[in-house]
Design a protein around this ligand. Sequence first.
Ligand SMILES: [Zn+2]
Length: 216
Amino acid sequence: MIEKFIKNEQFNFIRKQVAWIKDSTKQHLPPGVLASVYELSNEKISNCVTALTPEQKELMDFSSFKTVEAYEQALEQLPNYLLAFPTISEQQLKKLFPKSKKLKLPDLSNIDLHRLTYLSWNDSRSNKKYILYKLDSQLVGIECSFSPSTKKNICSICHCHGEVTHFSTITKAKKVNNPDYYKSIGNLICVNSTECNKNITDVSYLEEFLRESLKK
Ligand SMILES: [Zn+2]
């Protein structure tokens, strides 16, 4: 049996490569140009997950495919190898957010944990947003404030255009010109985090934001 090895954001990345191939194939490009699109995508796909077993490597080797159908069939197999978001107990949650005594986990029964890069939910009574993520193999969580008003813009987490809201969190760092205040950092995030998780292909901004927020 092949062990699961693909993260949600990596799957999204591969899906985007296949979509690019599909689009390019429709565009009647000169054969040489189309061949280089295929080649470039194959390379990106085979390099997007590292430290693979020979069997896993084979699953990520799209280089022999000549048709869009072959790519789509290979892509359809990949959800079987998706890693699930870690399960969280109420106790763990209390440890992550010791100040939020009444905090409850969201209902996870309708959420596919294999399609999550991060878990986020809102407590609309307090306008608080919670984000959980496995950072350097450790589950971390931050509490943010979010604005109840939404607008159409680019989400800073998934870099896609959609309905977003402003969120911010207080860090431990003091403001440079006003040492009485802690620095607050924030940005725009998709209102619908299930959609955001379906679009995210790169975790660098999310990780940078979490590192900055968790800085002691
Ligand atoms: Zn997003």
